[in-house]
Design a protein around this ligand. Structure first.
Ligand code: SIN
Ligand code: FE2
Length: 199
């Protein structure tokens, strides 16, 4: 089932339980090489999510700002994007071009992500694909400019959201995660992957 909300394509249960488990296993492999860390926002407050990445680029922020970087803060290049994750991009977008960044965000029960645009990529013709694993999250969708009315939808484990076309620069964020709504992750919480073409 595909829901369309303000131009975002929300594919409910794009991944079945077995596929979700395979992706979690692949993510575990990545974070074993590139451990989760908690970046500071440019405003000096630490982010509530913990992060890592795979691919040519990962994401980093500190008091000098947000940016794509080619290495983990520990100094090593990011691990390659796992094939099971590239397969999701292929199936969801049908594009020849492959993503260069797979951001990994881990939301513990109290984590959230403020409304923002994804706008640090070179070319907005390429969509951003987001994969939800674990506990449900209340995902808020705004407008292409700051402010105005918003709509919220619950994202569940296995849901995939394609943010592209006219909605590529639509504001979005995660208000909260509902603990105990999924048994996928033994310690609970939520993993969100976002796949992007950067250059
Ligand atoms: C993001 O926009 O970076 C994350 C979205 C999500 O966690 O669902
Ligand atoms: Fe985003």
């Amino acid at each position: 089932m595909v829901l369309r909300v303000r131009g975002f394509e929300i594919h409910k249960t794009f991944l079945d339980r077995g596929a979700q488990e395979a992706v979690v296993e692949a993510v575990r492999g990545v974070v074993a090489e590139a451990p989760l860390f908690r970046p500071d926002t440019p405003y000096g407050k630490p982010m509530s999510v913990r992060m890592s990445a795979a691919g040519m680029y990962g994401w980093y922020s500190d008091k000098t700002g947000y940016r794509y970087v080619k290495a983990h803060p520990g100094g090593r290049p990011w691990p390659a994007i796992p094939q099971v994750v590239l397969d999701i991009w292929d199936r969801a977008t049908g594009l020849e071009r492959q993503p260069e960044c797979c951001l990994i965000n881990y939301y513990a029960a109290d984590a959230r992500m403020g409304l923002h645009q994804d706008r640090d990529e070179a070319d907005f013709q390429w969509p951003v694909v987001s994969v939800s694993l674990g506990d449900d999250a209340l995902f808020r969708i705004g407008n292409t400019t700051r402010g105005g009315k918003t709509e919220s939808v619950w994202l569940s484990s296995g849901d995939v959201v394609v943010m592209g076309g006219d909605a590529r620069l639509t504001y979005h964020g995660v208000d909260r995660v509902k603990a105990g709504t999924s048994t996928l992750l033994p310690k609970g919480g939520r993993i969100n992957l976002t796949l992007r073409v950067v250059d």
